[in-house]
Design a protein around this ligand. Structure first.
Ligand code: ARG
Length: 275
């Protein structure tokens, strides 16, 4: 009987240590979990107890990208700082960009943090936190491109093939402004980097994407440049469920503190060199 109890206890420990979904090896047996006072438990209801689950699409440097097996970047660090303030452990779930809102809406994730632009359409599905950064939709072309400004995309008789990451604002705006007006065909890719490769190989005439990943992609592929004229200016914020007000308020308050005390700026500056 005693043995069974010990076994159950070990099992419970293993389960609780794996609770934040870390794919690490199971709990080490020397863990002194039994004798130690557990850290003050958060009262917040989250997707997984004790964890802050962040949904993202880690194809968006410097906001989120892979360094080896881990997802790093501005959003990952901001989420880490929020989680710490709330006494939660951060878990990052990588998914397609257009699955993030659904994950948040259905409570599978607590916050979507993905360089996500606040738009009125998205606001119908989720609540956005305070804005923590701004982005600009820019146009990437080949160095010898006939497209030299945003206006060229809108020129009478224009018929460009434009590469975008599916369901990003770059996709939405070019679809509404250009494809619907018969001025362009939009090629939608699951990753921004794939759209950039398509530009390199001549499958598309330009790519519309956020400025910071644009810089990162152009730095890696020769023969491309970013046009100086900007397409759209936007605000980035975290996407959260409309149904968990307590969590929304706690996360937003933590984020506001991190903005006010300069932490967010320090994080951003460490990834983006000031111009
Ligand atoms: N800012 C754009 C949007 O909200 C693109 C964001 C893409 N983010 C990402 N992690 N892939 O639609």
């Amino acid at each position: 009987m005693k043995k069974l109890f010990a076994l159950l206890l070990t099992l419970a420990m293993v389960l609780s240590l794996a609770a934040c979904g870390s794919k690490e090896e199971p709990a080490k047996t020397e863990e002194p979990a039994k004798t130690e006072e557990p850290a003050a438990e958060s009262e917040l209801t989250t997707a997984t107890k004790g964890c802050l689950t962040m949904a993202t699409n880690a194809q968006f440097p410097p906001y989120e990208y892979y360094e080896g097996d881990s997802i790093v970047g501005i959003d990952a660090e901001i989420a880490g700082a929020i989680a710490e303030k709330l006494g939660l452990e951060l878990v990052i779930e990588d998914m397609e960009f257009d699955s993030i809102i659904e994950a948040v809406k259905t409570g599978k994730a607590d916050i979507g943090l993905a360089g996500m632009t606040v738009t009125p359409e998205r606001q119908e599905s989720v609540d956005f936190t305070e804005t923590y950064a701004t982005g600009v939709q820019v146009i990437i072309v080949t160095e010898d491109s006939a497209i030299t400004s945003v206006d060229d995309l809108f020129a009478e008789g224009a018929s460009n093939v434009i590469g975008v990451q599916r369901n990003t604002t770059g996709d939405l705006y070019t679809t509404w402004d250009l494809e619907d007006a018969g001025l362009a065909t939009i090629d939608r890719y699951s990753k921004g980097a794939d759209a950039v490769q398509a530009l390199k190989t001549g499958k598309v005439d330009c790519v519309v994407i956020d400025n910071e990943p644009a810089k990162a992609f152009v730095a890696e592929v020769e023969g491309l440049k970013i046009l100086e004229t900007e397409y759209v200016l936007e605000d980035y914020a975290g996407a959260m469920s409309k149904d968990n007000t307590a969590l929304y308020e706690a996360v937003n308050a933590a984020l506001q503190e991190l903005i006010a005390d300069g932490t967010v700026k320090t994080i951003i500056d460490s990834y983006i060199s000031a111009q």
